[in-house]
Every structure is written in structure tokens, then in C-alpha cells.
Design a protein around this ligand. Structure first.
Ligand SMILES: Nc1ncnc2c1ncn2[C@@H]1O[C@H](COP(=O)(O)OP(=O)(O)OP(=O)(O)O)[C@@H](O)[C@H]1O
Ligand SMILES: [Mg+2]
Length: 280
């Protein structure tokens, strides 16, 4: 039940997204309606291919949509141009990725400070902010090390510090513990939850990890591109969607089989065309 008083950080209405590989439609999300309130620690769970990353990327203004409405912090992000999206992301959203995505030639401190410098802060102030956040994630003493001199768990803590250093209202994390052993992952998620409760920053996290799901203030279940109440309760998409994106009424395994069949066909045709060109 949504708290009427709380401010909405994410508001999604009737969102659809279909990828195209050549002429082959590949439906990823259909009919998503979702509201995330300020201060939530919401976890998107679902099998591989259910659409978790696609949804995070759309909310993070990294990916386009086919239809629907997406408001983040009361801003209609779909109507923004590229520059507006970049500016919006830099000042409002922190990202944490499965593979950390740190800049290899920078130290941990420089990685965190970089985002502040992009925001227009001076180098000195940026370094001070970086020191503060590295201490918050309990690796203040490792700020001088480059990513390849840190463990996976320590690199992900740098990524958490980097996400928080820009002072965002929303943090999007795509499988943040997937590359970590279970103990390190558990520590990281406990730290993220603690920061969420203390700072009030809203988190939307995609994960398969039972520890992450357990830490959630709300669990959102995705199955075959739709939000479901229970895993075995996948509603059939409406006919308007199945006609515009013909594969969307098939179960995921069948969609994958069709996709690979088409991809193999494309590769065969390409080979044939190359052979014909060579002969002529
Ligand atoms: N660039 C792309 N081109 C074509 N299809 C894509 C593309 N990206 C994602 N898809 C398809 O969209 C669907 C949703 O993918 P998505 O990556 O969002 O799933 P996921 O739930 O994050 O999976 P995982 O748990 O494996 O990360 C999948 O069927 C996937 O194959
Ligand atoms: Mg994913």
C-alpha cells in the first residue's frame, strides 16, 4: 500500500519496450506500472531475461522506450534530449553496476572525486567529498589504490561511494552483489541498507541474491517483462501489444528459441551473400 504522504521518486505508467535485432522484435517489458516512493529500498527480482536491467536503464534515462510515461523526481525523462538526460543523471541519479565500472587508471579517491568535478566542483572540494564517502563505506584508508589493487568487494564499495558522492536522490544498482562471494555481498548490502536508512536516499536494485531480497523494503517481482504478484501468475499481454510486437505472447523460452533461429538464419544469409559477391 502506497503512503499518500510520501513523495514519489519514480512513477511509471503503461511502459512498453521492445528491442529489435534486424527485423526481429524482442519484447522486453510490457504494461509496467510502478511507483517508488522516497526512501524505499526496493528490489527488482526475476529470472534472467525478465527485464530487470531494461527497466533500470529506462529509469536511469539510459534507454529509450516504445510507449508509456516515466517520471523520475517529477520530471518526464522521456521528453528530454540527450544533453538534458546527461545533466539530469549527473545531478540526480547514482549508478552501481555488477562489474563496478571504475576507471582503471584512476585511484579509488579520483574515481569518486571525478563525478563531483563533472558536477562543476573544484578538485580540492571534490577530493574532500571523495575522502568523506570512502570513509563512509569503510575504505577511507585505501583511497590511494587503483581498482586493480583492490578486492571485488572493495571496488564495489568505491562504486557505492561514487554513487553517493554526487548527492543523488535516487540510486540504481544492477546486480551489485553478483560478482561478490556471499559474505562480501551480505556486508555490502547491509552497508547500502544502512546508508539508505540514515540518508533517506531511495534505492532501486535488481538482484537474484536472496540476501538482497531479504534486505528489501519492497520486493517487486518481474516475470517475462511484467510485474507479477506471484511467480506463477504471468498475465497474457493484451492483443494490442502482441500485434505490434508479435513475439510478446510467447513464453520466454520460445522467444529465445525464435530469436536464435532468426539469428542463425541471418548469419546463413550473410554467408550466402558474401559467397555470391565473391563469385561475381
Ligand atoms: N540490446 C538488446 N537487444 C535485443 N534484446 C535485448 C537487448 N537487451 C535486452 N534484450 C532482451 O530483453 C529481455 C530483457 O533483458 P534484461 O537484460 O532486461 O533482463 P534481466 O532481467 O536484466 O536479465 P539478467 O538477470 O540476465 O541480467 C531479454 O529477453 C533480453 O534478451
Ligand atoms: Mg540484467
Amino acid at each position: 500500500m502506497l503512503n499518500q504522504q510520501a513523495e514519489s521518486v519514480i512513477k511509471i505508467r503503461d511502459l512498453h519496450k521492445c528491442y529489435w535485432v534486424g527485423t526481429m522484435p524482442f519484447p522486453a517489458l510490457y504494461g509496467i506500472n510502478l511507483e517508488i516512493e522516497s526512501g524505499e529500498f526496493a528490489v527488482l527480482a526475476g529470472r534472467s531475461g525478465s527485464g530487470k536491467s531494461t527497466l533500470l536503464n529506462i529509469v536511469g534515462a539510459l534507454e529509450s522506450t516504445d510507449s508509456g510515461r516515466v517520471e523520475v523526481l517529477s520530471r518526464d525523462i522521456l521528453s528530454m534530449n540527450q544533453d538534458q538526460r546527461t545533466h539530469f543523471r549527473l545531478h540526480n541519479i547514482g549508478f552501481i553496476f555488477q562489474a563496478y565500472n571504475l576507471i582503471r587508471v584512476f585511484s579509488a579517491r579520483e574515481n569518486v572525486a571525478y563525478v563531483c568535478q563533472l558536477q562543476g566542483k573544484s578538485k580540492k572540494e571534490s577530493m574532500e567529498i571523495a575522502n568523506h564517502w570512502l570513509q563512509e563505506v569503510e575504505i577511507g584508508h585505501l583511497g590511494y589504490r587503483r581498482p586493480d589493487q583492490l578486492s571485488g568487494g572493495q571496488q564495489q564499495r568505491v562504486a557505492v561511494a561514487r554513487a553517493l558522492a554526487s548527492n543523488p536522490k535516487l540510486i540504481l544498482a544492477d546486480e551489485p552483489t553478483a560478482n561478490l562471494d556471499s559474505m562480501t555481498g551480505r556486508h555490502l548490502i547491509r552497508l547500502m541498507r544502512e546508508l539508505n536508512q540514515r540518508l533517506g536516499t531511495t534505492f532501486l536494485i535488481s538482484s537474484h541474491d536472496p540476501d538482497v531480497k531479504q534486505a528489501a523494503s519492497r520486493l517487486i517481482k518481474l516475470a517475462d517483462g511484467q510485474i507479477v504478484e506471484a511467480w506463477n501468475d504471468i498475465p497474457k499481454p493484451p492483443s494490442s501489444i502482441t500485434s505490434s510486437c508479435p513475439m510478446s505472447n510467447l513464453p520466454l523460452t520460445e522467444r529465445l528459441q525464435n530469436y536464435f533461429k532468426a539469428a542463425r538464419g541471418n548469419a546463413r544469409n550473410k554467408k550466402r551473400r558474401r559467397k555470391t559477391r565473391r563469385r561475381s
